[in-house]
Design a protein around this ligand. Structure first.
Ligand code: COA
Length: 177
């Protein structure tokens, strides 16, 4: 856990250059943003923020440390979490757990979602273990071809929330949802 205070807020334009520096490699960028060219540019991220919903940053004290948003929100049904990234210097401190808890709360309160969904690549061990720890369950595996022509798998995962926010212990790692 981080020693600083974790908070969340909607993304601001001034955050964009900072966020573009978070994917540390093409692999990490492809986990966050499939098919984007490395390094991530402000224009590409700004377009995603415009097209998607609820782009949110998590800060440690006042420093931006993580980012995510939604695509495919259907009111009363589901929201899909995407573009998840945490500052490499701040990993392993509970930032992603807090970020996903924040997105679950937005899905429940704003969109009255019954399910929160996401997609993770087979090679993204950190992502797969993160979402499993937070209670997401895999429900489908599909083949894809990556930009280098290699065959990969995407794992579709979902968490049933039934319109309920993450419980207070979620962000602190005391329980799942
Ligand atoms: C995956 C990622 C978001 C995790 O962020 P993080 O802030 O370090 O994660 P947290 O500290 O909140 O970890 C919460 C739990 O997730 C799991 N986890 C997170 N990263 C992990 C890793 N690299 N290896 C194994 N488990 C990991 C652990 O179970 C951890 O709980 P624990 O510390 O009690 O064991 C971050 O590594 C990242 O930005 N990766 C590149 C982009 C990416 O993969 N995005 C997700 C796309 S689906």
């Amino acid at each position: 856990m981080t020693n600083g205070t974790l908070t969340s807020r909607p993304v601001e334009d001034a955050d964009i250059p900072i966020l573009c520096g978070f994917p540390a490699s093409l692999d990490e960028l492809s986990f966050m943003f499939p098919n984007a060219a490395f390094p991530l540019t402000a224009e590409v991220l700004r377009n995603a923020i415009t097209e998607r919903e609820d782009s949110t940053v998590v800060c440690i004290d006042d420093a931006v440390a993580g980012f995510a948003n939604f695509y495919g929100c259907a009111t009363g049904e589901s929201c899909s979490i995407g573009n998840v990234i945490v500052d490499p210097a701040q990993r392993g401190k509970g930032v992603a757990r807090f970020l996903i808890g924040t997105m679950i709360n937005i899905a429940a309160e704003k969109h009255r979602a019954k399910r929160v969904k996401l997609v993770c690549f087979n090679s993204n061990v950190g992502g797969l273990l993160l979402y499993t720890k937070l209670g997401f369950k895999p429900y489908a595996i599909e083949g894809r071809v990556d930009p280098q022509g290699a065959r990969v798998a995407i794992i579709r995962m979902a968490l049933s929330i039934d319109g309920k926010t993450a419980d207070p212990g979620f962000a602190e790692g005391k329980s799942g949802n």
